[in-house]
Design a protein around this ligand. Structure first.
Ligand SMILES: Nc1ncnc2c1ncn2[C@@H]1O[C@H](COP(=O)(O)OP(=O)(O)O)[C@@H](O)[C@H]1O
Ligand SMILES: [Mg+2]
Length: 353
């Protein structure tokens, strides 16, 4: 093959490449370039050849700061640089051409237009930032909702206990007085008053129970472990479920928000078991391990299909499980639940302490 035919073959190969390719001498002067280079610089090959790439691309008389050609001369390895020129992003690579005697003779300079890639990267970054912002806003919102829920519960509990409870107590005292003052012979009326007294006492007890469930004030005096033990005793008295509670290493008091979260999650888990599981046994473990609080609640009830329950649907959305998870997540914790129809349910919460 003649040397001219050989050159034509190489030029055609060069021109078929989408990236801008040129061959430089050791002074940075362009010896050869392809069509993509011509269209990138908007110049003909005649105008390009003989010029330096810093003059042609940057309009400067000297190499720009970080110029990969200068670096390649020292390292004799491929050097790269990402540049923003006008409204384009360019990826520049420079490879040394070394002859058979080991001398650096020239350099292959490739410029790839990575504008689209950069734009996609920027769009992705922006989306990511928006997503993060929205996520943080949701986190704040759900924290406010949980705080509000607790505040409302506290308010209702106080109304019930302090206001309605007081009224019932005074009715009870009045009934006692009336009973005492009843003339002898008023047996029938006496029996009726005694029945009303009994129902009043029951109402006072019920209100106490409801208000205690709404506002676990005893956490402050007893701590979480004893408060939970009381809750479980109460449930055992009211149902025929056997609860085994084991706890180890839990400090009497710790961060208030964490105490309340542990108590509320256990309370909701037990409410779910009573309501849905039909279980005979519940095993509750609350331990501290490696700076983590671990709460595990296991029942041997009917279990449930997680895919169906967790799947967003148009039917009424249950909030219990969601709020439990949210309480744990708010405290940088984790919430997992495992359940299968017929195989019971196991709930596990980890909260850093
Ligand atoms: N321990 C459990 N045993 C059986 N089913 C359960 C248990 N816990 C939750 N579930 C199922 O998960 C559903 C969602 O629970 P939850 O979010 O607390 O809402 P709700 O109790 O108001 O229905 C329940 O309706 C029930 O079908
Ligand atoms: Mg529930």
């Amino acid at each position: 093959m003649s040397s001219k035919a050989y050159l034509v073959q190489w030029q055609t190969t060069f021109d078929a490449i989408n990236d801008s390719v040129c061959l430089l001498d050791m002074n940075g002067k362009i010896l050869r370039c392809n069509k993509a280079m011509e269209s990138l610089l908007q110049k003909s090959s005649k105008e390009i050849i003989g010029g330096t790439c810093w003059k042609l691309v940057h309009g400067t008389d000297k190499p720009i700061k970080g110029c990969p050609i200068v670096r390649m001369k020292k390292t004799l390895c491929r050097e790269t640089l990402v540049l923003e020129v006008d409204d384009k992003w360019l990826n520049v690579t420079v490879d040394p051409v070394i002859d058979e005697t080991g001398n650096l003779t020239s350099a292959v300079h490739i410029i790839s237009d990575i504008t689209q890639h950069k734009q996609a990267e920027k769009a992705l970054k922006r989306l990511n930032e928006e997503f993060l912002k929205e996520h943080n806003q949701r986190k704040i919102l759900s924290k406010s909702l949980i705080d509000l829920l607790e505040k409302d519960r506290r308010k209702i509990a106080m109304e019930l206990h302090d206001h309605i409870g007081q009224i019932l107590t005074s009715i009870k005292l009045n009934l006692e007085m009336i009973h005492e003052k009843l003339k002898p012979g008023g047996m029938e009326l006496g029996a009726q008053i005694a029945a009303v007294q009994e129902r009043t006492i029951q109402a006072i007890k019920d209100i106490k129970n409801v208000s205690r469930g709404l506002r676990p004030a005893m956490i402050e005096s007893l701590g979480v472990v004893s408060s939970l033990r009381e809750l479980f005793n109460e449930i055992q008295q009211q149902t025929d479920i056997e609860i085994r509670f084991f706890s180890r290493g839990i400090p009497k008091r710790f961060e208030e928000a964490k105490e309340l979260a542990v108590y509320r999650i256990a309370q909701e888990a037990l409410t779910n078991i009573i309501r849905h599981a039909g279980a005979k046994n519940i095993f509750v473990n609350l331990v501290k391990k490696d700076k983590k609080l671990l709460l595990s609640v296991e029942d041997n009830g009917v279990g449930f299909d997680q895919d169906k329950v967790m799947k967003p649907s148009k039917r009424k959305r249950s909030l219990g499980l969601l709020i439990m998870r949210e309480r744990a997540v708010q405290l940088e914790g984790e919430f997992t639940i495992e359940s299968q129809p017929g195989k019971g349910t196991h709930l596990l919460v980890e909260i850093p302490i």
